[in-house]
Design a protein around this ligand. Sequence first.
Ligand SMILES: [Zn+2]
Length: 322
Amino acid sequence: MAMAVIEVGAALLGACVGSFLNVVIWRLPQEDPRRRSLGGRSHCPNCGAKIRWHDNLPVLGWLLLRGRARCCQQPFSIRYPLVELLTAALFLALAIWPPYGPAFVPLADGSYVVHTEAAVAMLLHAIFLSLLIANSFIDLDHQLLLDVLTKPGMVIGLLAGFWPGLAGPISTAPESPLALRTLLGSVIGLLAGGGVTWAIRIVGTKVFRKEAMGFGDVKFMGMIGAFLGWQAALLTMFLGCVFGALIGGVGVLFGGAAKIPFGPFLALGALVAMFAAQPILNFLFVTWPEWQRSSPSAQWFLPVLALLSLFALFVLVRRGRR
Ligand SMILES: [Zn+2]
């Protein structure tokens, strides 16, 4: 029963945070500093009328108004409720998915144990998820990853390293949960995430004579590395390239999407790495090589992977970005 309360609570909190993220995504990239402020009442982006509190409820408000503003009947994008649902789903996942949750574990005699580590991990990673979502949608809209989000993200990620046992999705040896060691893990994660992106940026620019990746991507990957550690950061970059190649390839085939930002793909990679880094790394570095040794006909995997990565670089290099 109490578990259900916590799960519903996490989802509701996620929906409310998602509603706030919609405001962040809309306001932060604005050129006019007065419109950039996050405080104050919500206004209709079309006619400027104040929005009533009940029309502003996450998901419900959109459904009640059937996607049209009360003031001027201008249709609202379906993206607003979708961002709220996405945030709710991810917060719910945090609440039940080890090592982020569950923070409250029921015992046989009906009492509960509170896992402070899981509770802190959940809170910090809720911030991390919010940063991933806000950055992704701003990048989609403006081909821009904002310092005002990625730099504090790096700092919070490093602070998360101070908390013993919080070294991201890769389990560390249980006998060594020293704060200094996990902090080091965060620092190395930041350097690895930012560094590998920096290297791709330099090589890509040399080879293709065009800016391959923005410096915003470097800082964004630094933030991801600070939260998730270096193994998951490298996995994030790999997955980001694979997703970018697949989805970008489909976009090029159907309609020639010219400008595809890389941020959302990195965020998608970070999400997958956050919840499934250990099984994926086990598959790539243990299960697959063993299977390949026993079955020599499976050599096609590596060439395919190399081609896919090249294609990813090609797709990414088509864009110039800040
Ligand atoms: Zn309006």
